[in-house]
Ligand binder design. Structure first.
Ligand code: GLN
Length: 417
């Protein structure tokens, strides 16, 4: 269409000239968006603010980011790194990520051809799915799942297919999956499997044996692994993080996703990345380029500083979260929750059966309005809300004072109330 003086020219198409049937049946909305709601996690943060509740809902730290990183960001801005970085990421940051992948996971990465820096791991995941999925493809997702994965699959035109993680019987037990159920999800239409380890919301850390089983199925059925490793450094009780890309046969069929948010307490910076073989990286870069052009340039520079922090930083990080876990979990148990002890990440899934509420949404509404604590209803992590109707997730990435105040308020809950 020709444009002159800011106006479109050519045959005018007016509403009155359109067939009536078209004007009546045409919706302005994509049918995709009918299949999902806004994030409940982020909605609970808004409610926490509205009701003055302690926010143990959304997983962002309420303590400061490391001083060195903040200074590096200030210096980058003052030093005039204020224009676009290279679309797929500032060289300093890509080099630092490649170095860290080598050091931590023994995975050799070519920063020129295998890395894409995105606006948070959130964009990294959706750009990856957009880059690899076609209509009709299925994406296998362990359930309960971080709520973005469902809408992300739908936005990319794929269909999510869920495989259950089953809660432990005993509080110290582990979440497990049935290998036959997993196998039955792999078939010709399966394009990818999303693996999030350490896991949100369960705190499960997938074992090497479990990841090898997933690896065997990916190889047998020619399926891609998309692995969200954003909680890589947040591990408890001697658990070890294994990157699925480090397993034999997986390097060429894995997109590893990570980011700065959780490791460096900068969730608002929106700096994440993908590591993938060159051909897949090329596709991800194209999507990423047209979606966002690039992640914030000065914050990428600060990212290079962050990724150069010494090993002691990561030890203190894990130890700090272990202390927070061990502060909140006993308080929750005392208040009447059954807790599934997390082995990694910074969430605890709880069972609320003891309180006698009809469902998780009624319970979290009572909690945020009457008790003054915000948590996430378990149903937001399940495809069928009934599966999470007696579960609630708490985040413990908070200061001691915050956790203690939440504990004090939760003391006001009565069992069977
Ligand atoms: N990962 C965090 C959570 O699960 C928040 C993520 C987000 O809101 N983007 O609470």
């Amino acid at each position: 269409m020709e444009v002159r003086d800011g106006k479109a020219c050519g045959d005018p198409v007016t509403l009155t000239s359109m067939p009536e049937i078209l004007t009546q049946s045409k919706s302005f909305l994509s049918s995709k968006v009918a299949h999902f709601t806004e994030s409940v996690i982020r909605e609970m943060t808004r409610q926490a603010m509205q009701y003055g509740a302690v926010n143990l809902a959304q997983g962002f730290p309420d303590f400061p980011a490391p001083r060195e990183i903040k200074e590096a960001a200030q210096e980058a801005i003052a030093g005039d790194i204020n224009q676009y970085a290279i679309t797929w990421g500032a060289k300093n940051l890509r080099d630092a990520i490649a170095r860290q992948m080598q050091e931590w996971q023994g995975i050799t990465v070519d920063p020129e051809r295998e890395l894409t820096v995105c606006c948070g791991s959130t964009e990294a995941i959706v750009s990856t799915l957009l880059a690899v999925c076609n209509a009709g493809d299925e994406v296998i997702i362990f359930e309960p799942f971080y709520e973005n994965y469902g809408p992300d699959s739908i936005i990319s035109g794929a269909r999510p297919r869920f495989v259950k993680l089953r809660p432990p019987e005993a509080p110290e037990g582990e979440w497990t999956f049935d290998s036959r159920e997993l196998r039955s999800a792999f078939h010709n239409n399966a394009k990818a499997i999303v693996v999030n380890t350490p896991n949100n919301p369960t705190g499960k850390v997938f074992t090497r044996a479990e990841l090898e089983l997933i690896r065997d199925l990916c190889v047998e059925f020619n399926v891609l692994a998309i692995t969200d490793e954003i909680y890589e450094h947040i591990l408890y009780d001697g658990t070890k993080h294994v990157s699925i890309a480090s397993l034999d046969g997986m390097r060429e069929r894995t997109v590893t996703i990570n980011g700065m948010s959780k490791t460096y307490a900068v969730t608002g910076w929106r700096v994440g990345w993908t590591v993938a073989p060159p051909e897949i990286t090329n596709a991800i870069r194209k999507v990423h380029d047209f979606l966002t052009v690039g992640a914030p340039a000065p914050l990428q520079e600060a990212g290079a500083t962050a990724l150069s922090l010494p090993p002691s930083y990561y030890q203190q990080l894990a130890e700090g979260y272990r202390r927070r876990r061990d502060r909140l979990v006993p308080a929750l148990i005392k208040a009447g929750f059954r807790c599934f002890r997390p082995r990694g990440a910074y969430y605890v899934m709880t069972d609320i059966t003891g309180f006698g509420f009809p469902d998780d949404v009624a319970f979290t509404q009572y909690l945020v309005k009457e008790i003054g604590v915000a948590a996430v209803p378990g149903s937001s992590f399940y495809n069928d809300p009934r599966d999470g109707a007696q579960q609630v997730r708490f985040a413990f990435c908070k200061r001691d004072e915050t956790l203690d105040e939440a504990a004090r308020r939760l003391g006001g809950l009565r069992h069977g109330s």
